[in-house]
Design a protein around this ligand. Structure first.
Ligand code: DGT
Ligand code: CA
Ligand code: CA
Ligand code: ZN
Length: 576
């Protein structure tokens, strides 16, 4: 049921309206609807489909529209507007327990507090306790709330963190007498979100590098700056802070430090135990036999000295990697020959067929599939049958004109709420590649997402399922799906499952990838690009696939074009 999600959106609208000084009756009406939705026992999507929303208590025309908008697009434009009107970090204060919208409005207006840092400042100076309605006890509660928030929440998506990490790693790399800088921690392991960024630097003079690091413009706060270690925060997105830890080590222990700070903690515990069994001692300075360092300059030397195959960072989670017989050959980005899911200006993309194809060719690809939205995705300017057919002709025309790349014609066909596909089979038969995806999240007729996916998989023309769970990292939960059933059906029928490489999605995720491989499913790693720049997200999908133990042989888009065509044709042929 989608009720809970919509209730959350309405309650956020109420909060932001209140912070923004909106009229009390409007605020209250959104809150009332949120409360109603939360406890309403029937799927609100049914009422939306039957156009009976306005018969429900408290729901008028405006609210009904917003509910429909959410069901169709997963967003409410009023909410987006409110978010953009307020100082970027201000709504973050809502996550602090003990601080409601009324109080946030007050500190915003009377003390010009626009974020957590400001709030801490007015707590420290005592001016918060002087505000009417605050007092010592409520300030204490807010202080505790800030502490809790800082300890628990706030993980940053890999796509945001990686860009920031690369910029800061380059800044450190440019410092005098710095020999080497690497990204370590969860980011190196390819995790979908990270708590902080860990940088490792090789230099003999730690204190100087740490000081220069802490002095870099763009540093918001210096949390620590010592002889070998510095910790700062920088601005991530929308006013959010992100911590960067820098460690500086000499060359002799660089590999040991890289191994140690790459983690994970669980992996490191196992590796240290392995060392102990061999009467060796492993720490961030090296691998020691008594006082003698027997390995440490490179990571490889440590694994080798311990008789463990070199384990790629993405596998270092103590999820069975110590049972490997040899180092696995995980998929690498240079093995990818094409990208099978992208959009153009025909639907909601921002570049032409030709621009996408030229950009893909420049990235070394041998082929792409153009897969614009189908007709039910009205918000995304989905293509009618007629428009799709002429789009297919346009694709063929560009394909004939452009050398050095094959452009497959396809579509991203909506899986409708009853499980049927948005185009008839005769239309789908005209496409080389059909990516079937769920966009409208809720089902009018009590058809579960699992059933919708199974039905789409059963269609002979469905080449692959796109972004299966529909989750948006840190923003929208995954649909409840019986993955075992869906993946088994995909394996059985020869339907490919997508690893959507967009960093907001990463869907399938790494756990699902591993499950899919175990069940014999063929995967494809696609960017779902809406612009040529979007093609660069392939790396996030590769990282996710590697975390799911994927080797190139289970990734469709590592195949040469002829093999790919033959592989995808099999399902259609089997259906006659
Ligand atoms: P994150 O930042 O929450 O996404 O996850 P990590 O894995 O990057 O964790 P972080 O930044 O706290 O530490 C980086 C690595 O340093 C971690 O993966 C393993 C190592 N490390 C940190 N603290 C400890 C510890 O107490 N024991 C051990 N064995 N390793 C540690
Ligand atoms: Ca980290
Ligand atoms: Ca860290
Ligand atoms: Zn798409």
């Amino acid at each position: 049921m989608i009720n809970g999600e919509i209730a959350a959106a309405f309650s956020r609208i109420a909060d932001l309206l209140e912070i923004n000084g909106g009229e009390a009756f409007r605020v209250n009406s959104y809150r009332r609807i949120a409360r109603f939705l939360k406890s309403h026992p029937h799927d609100i999507a049914v009422a939306a489909a039957e156009k009976t929303l306005k018969k429900l208590p408290g729901i008028g025309k405006g609210a009904a529209q917003k509910i429909t908008e959410y069901i169709e697009t997963g967003r409410i434009s009023l909410l987006d507007e409110l978010e953009s009107e307020l100082p970027a970090e201000l709504p973050e204060l809502l996550r602090i327990q003990g601080l409601g919208p009324k109080k946030i409005a007050q500190v915003y207006r009377e003390l010009e507090v626009t974020g957590i840092e400001d709030l801490k400042r007015v707590i420290e100076s005592g001016s918060l306790a002087d505000l009417p309605g605050f007092g010592e006890q409520s300030v204490k509660k807010i202080t505790d709330g800030i502490e809790f928030l800082e300890q628990s929440g706030g993980r940053t998506p890999m796509g945001v963190a990686r860009r920031i990490a690369e910029v800061w790693a380059a800044l450190v790399r440019e410092m005098p007498r710095v020999n080497r800088v690497d990204i370590a921690g969860s980011l190196r392991r390819g995790a979908e979100t990270v708590g902080d960024i860990d940088l490792l630097c090789e230099c003999e003079d730690g204190a100087r590098v740490v000081k220069a690091f802490a002095d870099l413009p763009g540093v918001r706060r210096v949390l620590a700056a010592g002889e070998t270690k510095g910790s700062v925060t920088v601005e991530a997105s929308r006013g959010r802070e992100l911590q960067i830890d820098l460690r500086v080590v000499p060359v002799a222990s660089y590999g040991a430090a890289l191994q140690y700070f790459t983690g994970s903690k669980e992996h490191n515990v196992r590796l240290r135990e392995t060392a102990a069994k061999k009467n060796r001692r492993l720490n961030e300075y090296g691998l020691f036999a008594g006082d003698e360092r027997v390995a440490g300059e490179t990571e490889e030397s440590i694994y080798e000295a311990l008789g463990v195959p070199f384990i790629p960072p993405e596998l270092r989670e103590d999820r069975g990697e110590f049972d490997l017989d040899g180092a696995p050959s995980l998929i690498t980005i240079d093995q990818v020959r094409g990208d099978l899911h992208m959009h153009t200006i025909a639907s909601d993309g921002r570049c032409t067929i030709e621009e996408m194809a030229a950009a893909a060719r420049q990235r070394g690809y041998e082929y792409i599939a153009i897969t614009d939205h189908s007709k039910s995705s009205t918000i995304a300017n989905g293509l009618s049958e007629e428009r799709l057919l002429s789009h297919i002709e346009a694709i063929a025309e560009v394909d004939a004109r452009l050398d050095g790349i094959t452009i497959l014609a396809g579509c991203e066909c909506d899986i409708l709420t009853d499980g049927s596909l948005d185009y008839d089979d005769e239309i789908l038969a005209r496409c080389d590649v059909v990516v079937a995806s769920i966009h409208a999240r809720s089902s009018a007729r009590k058809v579960t997402p699992t059933e919708r996916l199974l039905e789409a998989i059963a269609n002979p023309y469905t080449t692959m399922i796109g972004h299966t769970t529909g989750r948006l990292i840190n923003e929208r939960p995954a649909l409840e799906i019986d993955m075992d059933r869906v993946l088994s059906a995909a394996a059985e029928s020869g339907t490919v499952m997508e690893v959507n490489a967009s960093w907001q999605r990463l869907d399938l995720n790494a756990i699902h990838v591993r499950q899919a491989i175990d069940l014999g499913v063929m995967l494809a790693i696609n960017t779902d690009a809406h612009h040529i720049d979007g093609l660069d997200q392939m790396g996030y999908g590769i990282a996710t696939a590697r975390r799911g133990w994927a080797t190139p042989d289970v990734i469709l888009n590592t195949m040469p074009i002829d093999a790919l065509r033959a592989w995808t044709r099999r399902k259609r042929d089997a259906a006659g």
